[in-house]
Design a protein around this ligand. Sequence first.
Ligand code: ATP
Ligand code: IPE
Length: 244
Amino acid sequence: MIIIKLGGSVITDKSRYRTFRREITKKIIDVVSEFEEELILVHGGGSFGHIMAKRYGFPGSVNLKNKNGIALIHNDMESLDQKLVAMFHKHKREIFPVPPSSVICGEKKNLDIFRLLVEKNITPITYGDVYFKSPDYIGIYSGDDLVLDLSRMFRPEKVMFISDVDGIFDKNPKLYHNAKLMREVKSRANFENSSIDVTGGLGHKYEIMKKINETGAKVYLLNGNFPERIKETGRVEFIGTVLS
Ligand code: ATP
Ligand code: IPE
């Protein structure tokens, strides 16, 4: 099995509310649809999630002022999801969306639907979402957290994080031109953030990647702006970071 996280930074313009990067997303989906292995897809929110989450103060307590933000953010995420599902349908790939806010309530998560779909040879697609962490607190279940939970459940051979950078650098390449790509992470990286992100940015992602790697999966971080790299994981010519 392969689990793929399509990062919000590549499928959307993270700085402009609800801006879908249609061309590049289509190219990525063209490549991903060709995989013959069992697949689970997870996508981030980018500007369909983070901008309004920040404006409404989520993650955070629910009050009269921010209550309607929950539906707005969920609906925005769902509309992004629908765009991806439509692209997969063109490839005649059977795919079924699983909104996390419907399977997670408080501390209880029921991810059985993913097992059922995989058994039926249907590709589950899920995404970062708002959810009730407690009756009065809205949490954000990030796509990266979902990838970790699903990796613990399915023990995939490969997990790919598709982002807008070539991999993990020794420091943020968007801020420092002399940043060096780390094909394997042997020394410490600095994760100074340059974007609006309510779920922790790349530092958090790297911690998740390490935990997934402990489940036995090879974990890749690669640049989705070069979709051919998705096919090259595991080969010498692969450009990106791998935890193997
Ligand atoms: P999202 O989580 O929104 O989906 P993503 O999964 O694609 O997006 P981000 O969490 O945005 O990934 O992480 C990618 C961003 O992290 C890059 O755009 C870059 O600006 C930033 N970054 C910070 N530190 C580093 C680093 N050491 N190496 C690479 N990128 C870094
Ligand atoms: C964010 O999900 C979802 C919301 C803010 C509602 P992610 O954290 O997985 O999104 P990206 O990939 O960082 O954009």
